[in-house]
Every structure is written in structure tokens, then in C-alpha cells.
Design a protein around this ligand. Structure first.
Ligand SMILES: [Zn+2]
Length: 280
């Protein structure tokens, strides 16, 4: 039983600005995970990714990546489908080269589609992408993130269903997004318990190796506006989540997406570890 904490990108306390330095910095700070941010495009070269992977393995930093934002698995336009495929393929390839376990992506947009149509198109496009990825020997999970806007395809139930029907897809629980989109109201321990109970029921041992994002969030009726540091408004609150994790022995990764990346990741880690020590 263990939760690894890490930043979404290179720690802000890191003097260097390369991914390799970011990994080393995580170790110095006492963090155990890092998400490589490919959100504006995959710029890391395969050769460098392999080097980063070696260092990450030696320092025991678990790597993942966030695929480019220019992905929409619900699109019916050929050009957008091609862009989606290229971006997810590149992200998966480079993450695999670095020894990462999962590449996270935002599934798509409903646009004019019904929810069911969006789901069917996304499922078909994901299968197509996987054929190419898997066909080239890239072994990695594709992480469908719970999105933060109501116009986006990727609600909690939708990512669970994708994971059930496609064995290469795993849900990535972005707690702030779920709260902002109205997929959950996260105020206390019981609200987090409901999420994990559902995951356990629907996806079995996924709660032993889950991947997630955490930060506080500002939002409107349409959903997320921006991620904010822990302790700003306590929405959603991180302490009850740490308690549920420590008490139930779940294992996985929490990537901190607040503007204070590593500082807030350390804050969560300290709270979690203190709770573990209090266990009987
Ligand atoms: Zn994301």
C-alpha cells in the first residue's frame, strides 16, 4: 500500500528546466512520481526519453505523461482524427521509451453529438489508435482523464465505461475536474469514499494502481476555469482524500496540478504519511 506523489511537469523548486533535471529534482525533494507535460506537443526526442527512463528507474521515480491538448476522439472530421492519432501515438511512444506506465489524455468534445454517439465514436477511434500503438510494440496504458467542462466528453461514468470495454484504457481521476463539472460534489471523506467504492466495484483492483490528478479549482456553471493552489478555498479539500487513501490501503499515483506543483505535492504527501503512521 503506497501512494506516490509528484508534480505535473518539472518541479518549480528545480533550478534546471529539462525533464531529466526535473526527475533528479523530484528525488532530491523526496517525491516519487512526475508527469511529463506534452500538452503543447511532444517535443522530447526518443533518445533523450530513454536516458530519462534510466535515471528515473535508478531514482525510483514513476513516470507518466500528459498527451497534447490537440486530441479529440469524438471528431468525425478526417483532419482532426489524423491530428488526434498523431498526438496520442507520439505521446505513447515517447512515454514508453522513458519507461512510463501511462499516458493521460482528454477524451474529446460532444459538439453536436448525443452522449451515446460521442461514446461510440470515441470507442471506435481509440481502438484504431491502439492498433497502431500496440502494433509497434508500445506497451502502455491510455489514461482517459475525467474532464472539467460540461462540453467535454469524459465524465466519470464515461471513462469508467471506456475502461470496462477497452482493456488498454484506464480512468484517470481528476478530482478537481469532477467537482467542477458536477460529476461529484467533493466536500468530505464520504464523497471520496463513494468514488473509490464505485471504482472498486466497476474495475476491481484498479484501486491498487490508480492514476489521478489533484488541485483546487475555480469554476463556473460550464465547468472548470483554472487550477489554484491548495489551501486557497479548500475546493475540493485534499485532507479528507488523504484520510480515505490511508485508511483503505489504496495504492496509486497522485499528480499535483496546482500552480504550486511540487510544493503542494509535498503538502499532500506529508499529510498522507502522517495519517499512515497513526494507523493501528
Ligand atoms: Zn488533463
Amino acid at each position: 500500500m503506497n501512494i506516490r506523489f509528484g508534480p505535473a511537469g518539472i518541479p518549480i523548486q528545480c533550478k534546471g528546466n529539462s525533464t531529466l533535471e526535473g526527475v533528479q529534482c523530484c528525488r532530491e525533494l523526496g517525491l516519487e512520481a512526475m508527469e511529463m507535460e506534452f500538452v503543447q506537443g511532444v517535443k522530447l526526442k526518443a533518445k533523450n526519453a530513454v536516458e530519462i527512463g534510466k535515471v528515473a528507474e535508478k531514482l525510483d521515480i514513476s513516470l507518466s505523461s500528459h498527451a497534447p491538448y490537440f486530441v479529440n476522439f469524438c471528431s468525425v472530421i478526417k483532419e482532426k482524427q489524423d491530428t488526434t492519432l498523431r498526438n496520442i501515438y507520439e505521446a505513447a511512444k515517447i512515454t514508453h521509451a522513458a519507461g512510463g506506465r501511462i499516458t493521460v489524455f482528454h477524451p474529446g468534445y460532444y459538439q453536436k453529438l448525443t452522449k451515446e454517439e460521442a461514446y461510440e465514436i470515441a470507442k471506435r477511434s481509440l481502438r484504431g489508435a491502439w492498433e497502431k500503438i500496440h502494433g509497434e510494440g508500445i506497451k502502455i496504458a491510455l489514461g482517459a482523464e475525467t474532464v472539467g467542462k460540461r462540453s467535454q466528453f469524459g465524465g466519470f461514468d464515461e471513462v469508467i465505461r471506456l475502461s470496462q470495454e477497452l482493456d488498454f484504457v484506464e480512468p484517470v481521476i481528476d478530482f478537481a475536474h469532477m467537482h467542477a463539472r458536477g460529476d461529484a460534489v467533493l466536500k468530505g471523506e464520504n464523497d471520496y469514499r463513494v468514488i473509490f467504492t464505485k471504482l472498486e466495484k466497476q474495475l476491481g483492483d484498479y484501486v491498487k494502481h490508480f492514476h489521478s490528478h489533484f488541485s483546487e479549482i475555480e469554476y463556473t456553471g460550464k465547468g472548470e476555469r483554472n487550477h489554484i493552489p491548495l489551501g486557497t478555498k479548500n475546493v475540493p479539500p485534499f485532507k479528507p482524500l488523504m484520510k480515505v487513501l490511508a485508511e483503505n490501503g489504496y495504492s496509486g499515483v497522485i499528480i499535483c496540478e496546482s500552480p504550486k506543483l511540487d510544493l503542494d505535492a509535498l503538502k499532500m504527501q506529508a499529510e498522507y504519511r502522517a495519517l499512515l503512521k497513526k494507523r493501528p
